[in-house]
Design a protein around this ligand. Structure first.
Ligand SMILES: [Mg+2]
Length: 239
């Protein structure tokens, strides 16, 4: 089968993997939300987020940022939340930068008529992800993206991959390649729906986020620059 679309995971795939201290991210939010009770608020937010990722791992159901905030007993509609969110995003900012390989890779795929997609397990909203991609001058190179905060499911659920295929106007999974850093969410999930899967094996996935199955990738690459020759090879074999 030829390749008509490449769909990428985000964290650890289009960005370099960083191990982020999830307590510190919530301390940043909590100190801005309620300076008098920063530690308690941060602990409640961390517990709510951990519960959400356990659900994603075990049931593959998704959560949005505001839902985490509400589950921690906070109000995601007022000024304290806006201050907290700004502090949270400032904390994350250094970890959001796109890999330098991405722009030439996406340009080359699009020159070949290969559609470019993104499918990210995330509680963050589309606006934030698009702001990051626009800052790094890659937003216009993405044909379609699915952020699981706006659908019901997370990877590896087949519906998450189906939504990503719809976003890049693809109907045949065997003509899609998925690229990701997680053997469960990304590789097992993509293979389960009939896509090819490429693994980038450099991420230090937290033990409590590892799922029940390890997928078998079609290829392993050490950096994104190695993807284009692989796609070209698959396309030439098929033609
Ligand atoms: Mg990832």
């Amino acid at each position: 089968m030829t390749v008509d679309a490449v769909i990428f995971d985000w964290g650890g795939t289009l960005t370099p993997w960083h191990t982020v201290d999830l307590t510190e991210q919530w301390r940043a939010y909590a100190r801005a939300y309620d300076p008098g009770h920063g530690e308690e608020v941060a602990a409640a937010l961390l517990a709510a987020e951990n519960a959400a990722w356990r659900l994603a791992r075990d049931e593959h159901t998704s959560t949005a940022f505001e839902t985490v905030v509400r589950a921690a007993g906070l109000d995601p509609t007022g000024l304290p939340h806006e201050r907290g969110l700004a502090a949270f995003q400032a904390f994350w900012e250094p970890h959001t930068y796109t890999e330098p390989d991405v722009i030439p890779l996406l340009e080359a795929l699009r020159e070949r008529g290969v559609a470019v997609g993104v499918l990210s397990n995330t509680v963050w909203p589309r606006d934030y992800h698009e702001m990051v991609f626009a800052r790094d001058k890659v937003l216009h190179l993405i044909d379609g993206a699915v952020y699981t905060s706006e659908i019901a499911w997370t990877k590896p659920h087949p519906e998450a991959f189906a939504a990503a295929m719809t976003a890049v106007r693809m109907a045949d999974p065997s003509r899609c390649v998925f690229v990701g850093d997680r053997l469960f969410d990304d590789v097992y999930g993509a293979k389960s729906v009939g896509m090819r899967a490429v693994h980038i094996p450099h991420s230090d996935i937290p033990a409590d986020q590892i799922g029940h199955t390890v997928g078998e990738p079609d290829a392993v690459i050490n950096r994104l620059a190695e993807l284009l020759p692989l796609v070209d090879q698959w396309r030439s074999v098929a033609s």
